[in-house]
Write a new protein. Structure first.
Length: 228
């Protein structure tokens, strides 16, 4: 079982390429310890290690564990992420605790894996796609839905994934042109013998999971990123 560790980190970089979409990069004096697909808690409030952990939110880690920094991405939805967009500045120190979750630690085949992501739901997948272990997956397929093409800010990570695994198939869906991700279409293309990893808004992950179950998929072959 992973040991949950609290890290006092510094914000070293912020990317705000679109008005409501942010990527934030952190460094710590301690090396971050986590596995691909895991997530963290961040608090913006003062924390006394002898006291209780303050109000916090969960975010998937998008960087791989070999890197000497850690990154998350988020869209502004609600009071906490609005605070993040205002209060996080380069040089600011905040507290993180991690790791949580077992997305890719669960038993699964390395063949016929289908990754379905909506928006920033792709971030836990990126921590795998840029990790050396991704080279062992055989013909993995990604379906990545973005509201508009400019919301795909992860081309460098996806390019690295293609260099690590030359069998990797990318399907990037511009939902403003092509419509929403369609689990029925994906299932027709990928079939019952695949393992489906699903990450995105809770409504999407729940409906996609329910559809796959209705098609008599083995539940062990449906793995969702559930931490909300």
């Amino acid at each position: 079982m992973a040991i949950i560790t609290k890290y006092l980190v510094s914000v070293v970089k912020i990317e705000n390429l679109l008005p409501d979409l942010y990527s934030v990069y952190f460094r710590s004096e301690k090396k971050f310890q986590y596995s691909p697909g895991q997530f963290l808690h961040i608090t913006l409030d003062d924390y006394d290690p002898s006291g209780q952990w303050p109000d916090s939110r969960c975010f998937s880690i998008q960087t791989n564990p070999s890197m000497d920094f850690l990154a998350i991405s988020f869209t502004v939805k609600g009071d906490f992420t609005k605070r993040m967009s205002i209060e996080l500045k380069v040089g600011k120190k905040v507290w993180l605790k991690l790791p949580y979750g077992n997305l890719f630690l669960r038993n699964h085949s390395l063949e016929n894996d289908v990754f379905i992501a909506g928006g920033t739901g792709i971030t836990p997948f990126l921590s795998l796609f840029t990790d050396g272990s991704f080279s062992f997956y055989k013909k993995p397929v990604l379906y990545f839905g973005v509201r508009k093409n400019e919301y795909n800010i992860f081309n460098s990570e996806l390019s690295k994934a293609c260099s690590l695994n030359d069998g990797f198939v990318l399907n990037i869906i511009d939902e403003s042109i092509q419509g929403m991700l369609d689990i029925k279409k994906i299932f027709v293309e990928c079939g019952k013998n695949s393992t489906y990893f699903i990450s995105g808004p809770p409504k999407m992950t729940g409906s996609f999971r329910n559809y796959l179950i209705s098609q008599n998929m083995q539940e062990s072959r449906i793995i969702t990123d559930d931490w909300e």
